[in-house]
Design a protein around this ligand. Sequence first.
Ligand code: ZN
Length: 199
Amino acid sequence: MLDHLKAKNRAWAARKVAADAGFFKRLEGQQAPEYLWIGCSDSRVPANEIVDLDPGELFVHRNVANLAPPQDANYLSVLQFAVDVIKVKHIIVVGHYGCGGIAAAVDGRRRGLVDHWLHPIREVFSTNRDELEKIGNQRARLDRLCELNVMRQVENVSSDVFVQDAWARGQDLSVHGWVYSLGSGLVTDLNVTITAAVK
Ligand code: ZN
């Protein structure tokens, strides 16, 4: 079953080895990526591919609508491992315009469990209601909500005790917020980078 995927895997591995005979042997020894990517599960936002990085170069956590909820054990486990063990230098929260999770959070329809998962986005909407309701175009309003959500998740990551403790130790670590455009393939830096603990 899924023979086409297995064939593609064999061809991919062969291409890697043809270009660099020691590629997989080196990666087997250790992983030392400099970046943690926190992005959306959307199939159109493949982390490594967007920034053209090889296996071993990007530590990745993805979930619906790129959230960093302070009570989510999955995200927190990834964050702690990335910060304390791998010692990544950059954490990048990456949202994307046209995010179905963002739209679903605020369209008023009921879907089940995911409505609870998306609750933090409704909080971001409430906090920024005045600004968002001034935007007449629905798509532009949701795009702005994507950006505001990324900014909020950057705050979550930056205020986390693992990150705060790393900064207290003098560890070199920055937290960034980006938004990716499905239409152009380009990322925009929201310029909300935090590089040290706020006193
Ligand atoms: Zn999405």
